[in-house]
Design a binder for this molecule. Structure first.
Ligand SMILES: [Zn+2]
Length: 506
């Protein structure tokens, strides 16, 4: 018998119990039913009141049991759920991370086969899709309904790959299955909904966003491998100067290190690698706490707390409370309001090293952003040690990249970024080959820039100077910019000049 969730069970029990009482009451008013205990006693030849009590108890039990069975089966009919509502059984999912993007054509065939295998094999198809997504290390799965077809697209390391189509007639079942797994209402189809699906052992999760369109619901799933290995600070692609500065800063016992960059630029990776570095550096003598929305990776030895929707904790309330837990190092997911910013600055001034992210367009822009939030520039100048900015750039496929001449288009792009002298050296492009499935790119690489708050800059910040002045001063003091790092990688043939200029101008 399929199970209901515990809240549903309580409702079902109350409803069945009330109905049982009502039915028993009605039956007790019917003479033919009322007379049954007497008939039994006459037949057996006794006159014990126990017979009547047992009879009525048995009747109540049978009615209640029958009603509960009916409710369960009706529930399953309506919701079409298996016995694991909202949870994916690990045994249903086969994850094989050894195959890489070269296996996409084979996966495409597998997905199509499952969809066509048995009629309405929607559960199997959803499981297969999730298995493929995690196997390929996809960050997102998009399911886009068109008038004629429904396309399934995976985002893997920044590139989009098609995984085929879902027949239109299966799509409503498909969407419903994903919504059930994500704890979303299957009846609401005209409003956006956000949910989350979990594996039984919580090793993988996916944030699911459903959005109504004219052709049906568009589904976006952000896949998260909770036990993904955190990379060492040395292997996240920092150039030598940034790495050395970063390591030196992470040895501080108080102050603030801020990371900035657009969504999906790898800021979390940098923060976690930094925390891991601190943990290795200070061994067991450090108390590291994190406040995240949501927790994307489970880490041993850190105290991680989820804030945000449905938790009753915000970044500011969480931070205020966590300060009483005697932390040495605090990782704060993001500063986006005045209250959080104020508490964060205070924490960084009172013996805590705080790592956080702020949304700004450049390293220097972070100071203006925080000033706009109401933070005193003088406090800011004495608390922030450095701002790191980063971008993720798609790497050229080593198998099909080739040298290219610098064109007018390149020169114009560079001019827009303020590079007036044509840089020396050769640059590369890639047209695509079977190894990169025609995309010309394989994997991604990060671009970094670190702005160290020197005494001169501290003076600039405390006077509230605009971002471009800070930036100019930092460059004068030897700061290598995102563009410098990008040009270096472009000259090495790791990335294309066009991709780099697009990413850096963000
Ligand atoms: Zn290639």
């Amino acid at each position: 018998m399929p199970k209901l969730s515990s809240r549903d069970i309580i409702f079902a029990r109350i409803a069945c119990f009330a109905s049982t009482a009502l039915i028993t009451f009605i039956l007790s008013r019917i003479d033919s039913v009322k007379g049954i205990p007497d008939k039994i006693m006459n037949a057996v030849g006794t006159e014990s009141a126990v017979v009547a009590v047992v009879f009525w108890m048995l009747l109540v039990f049978i009615i209640y049991d029958v009603l509960m069975r009916i409710v369960r089966s009706l529930w399953i009919q309506v919701r079409k759920t298996p016995d694991n509502i909202g949870v994916i059984r690990n045994s249903d999912i086969k994850i094989n991370t050894s195959r890489g993007i070269g296996a996409i054509p084979a996966y495409r065939v597998e997905f199509e086969d499952v969809l066509n295998s048995t009629k309405d094999n929607v559960i199997g198809a959803v499981n297969t899709l999730i298995s493929i997504g995690f196997s390929l290390g996809a960050s997102d799965i998009h399911i886009n309904p068109d008038p004629e077809k429904v396309t399934v697209i995976l985002r893997i390391q920044g590139n989009l790959y098609s995984l085929g189509e879902i027949p239109r007639h299966l799509y409503s079942h498909f969407a419903r299955r994903i919504k059930i797994l994500s704890g979303l209402s299957i009846y609401k189809q005209s409003i956006p909904q956000d949910g989350q699906l979990y594996f039984e052992d919580k090793s993988y999760t996916a944030r699911v966003a459903v959005f109504p369109t004219a052709n049906g619901e568009r589904i976006a799933m952000r896949l998260v491998n909770v036990h993904a290995r955190i990379m060492d600070l040395e292997s996240i692609g920092m150039p030598e100067n940034v790495l050395l500065d970063c390591k030196a800063l992470l040895n501080r016992s108080q102050g603030m290190i801020i990371i900035t960059g657009p969504t999906g630029s790898g800021k979390s990776t940098t923060m976690f690698s930094s925390l891991l570095h601190i943990q290795k550096l200070r061994k067991d003598s450090v108390n590291i706490v994190t406040l995240e929305d949501p927790i994307e990776t489970n880490l041993e030895g850190f105290f991680q707390t989820q804030v945000g929707q449905n938790t009753g904790l915000t970044f500011s309330t969480g931070l205020r409370s966590v300060l009483r837990q005697d932390p040495d190092v605090i990782m704060l997911g993001e500063i986006r309001d005045e209250e959080t910013a104020t508490i964060a600055v205070r924490a960084a001034m009172t013996g805590h090293l705080l790592l956080t992210t702020v949304h700004a367009t450049s390293t220097a822009g972070v100071f203006n952003r925080l000033s706009q939030m109401g933070i005193d520039p003088v406090e800011l100048s004495s608390t922030v040690h450095a701002v790191i900015s980063q971008r993720l750039c798609r790497q050229l496929c080593p198998a099909c990249r080739k040298k290219t001449e610098l064109t007018d288009a390149h020169v114009r792009q560079l001019k827009l970024l303020g590079v007036n002298e044509v840089p020396e050296g050769s640059f590369y492009e890639a047209d695509g080959c079977p190894q990169c499935l025609g995309h010309g790119f394989r994997g991604r690489i990060a671009l970094f820039e670190i702005l160290l708050v020197t005494d001169t800059l501290r003076d600039f910040i405390s006077r509230g100077c605009p971002a471009y002045e800070l930036s100019k001063e930092a460059r004068k003091a030897g700061m290598a910019t995102l563009l410098d790092h990008g040009l270096e990688l472009a000259r090495e043939g790791r990335i294309s000049l066009m991709e780099m200029t697009r990413i850096v101008s963000d």
